[in-house]
Design a protein around this ligand. Structure first.
Ligand code: GDP
Ligand code: MG
Length: 170
């Protein structure tokens, strides 16, 4: 099995951290500063069971200004070209589950692109587990996700499982 998967999501959700966790290398710059990733970065993971090329993209956000608009297009272009989209979110700061307007806007664009899409909930180390189920339910009402995978890219929790789930869809 082999194929391409794009990491798509708002700035700072942990796309670059996930790429580094998947590849075991520091190929993408991780920063608390949004918009550190301006172009796409490719990381290839090769295992006996298969090979996946992951594409890290700039965060998608309200496009103000030339550079921002360019970065959003870079991200969506990547979604067009891959076999699978990994849509990353982080749990909302408030306990109440919600789909933020920014995330809804990305989901609208992804819906039009029409690629099989995973909901990857990152940073699960930062919230109580009980908060995840209502959040997953809410997102599932918005979009027909192929899979929902909770992870902590920083703690490398769930990353191996994510890789194998991706392989299962290629
Ligand atoms: P990107 O903009 O989506 O590429 O996000 P980055 O990978 O640059 O990460 C943004 C910030 O979130 C950094 O400060 C990371 O250390 C932090 N971060 C990434 N993954 C996790 C995680 O699993 N848990 C926690 N608590 N923080 C994380
Ligand atoms: Mg990044």
């Amino acid at each position: 099995r082999s194929g391409f998967a794009a990491l798509i999501g708002r700035p700072n959700v942990g796309k670059s951290t996930l790429l580094n966790a998947l590849t075991g290398e520091k190929i993408a710059i991780v920063s608390p500063k949004p918009q550190t990733t301006r172009n796409r970065i490719l990381g290839v993971v090769t295992r006996p069971e298969g090979q996946v090329a992951f594409i890290d993209t700039p965060g998608i956000h309200q496009a103000k200004g030339e550079l921002n608009r360019y970065m959003v297009e870079v991200a969506l272009q990547a979604a067009e070209e891959v076999d699978l989209v990994l849509f990353l979110i982080e749990p909302p700061a408030s306990e109440k589950p919600e789909v933020s307007p920014g995330n809804r806007a990305i989901l609208d664009r992804l819906q039009k692109i029409g690629k099989p899409t995973f909901l990857v909930i990152n940073k699960i180390d930062s919230v109580p587990k009980a908060q995840l189920l209502p959040l997953i339910d809410l997102y599932r009402q918005e979009f027909p996700f192929a899979e929902v995978v909770p992870i902590s890219a920083r703690e490398k929790d769930g990353v191996e499982r994510l890789f194998h789930t991706v392989l299962g869809h290629l």
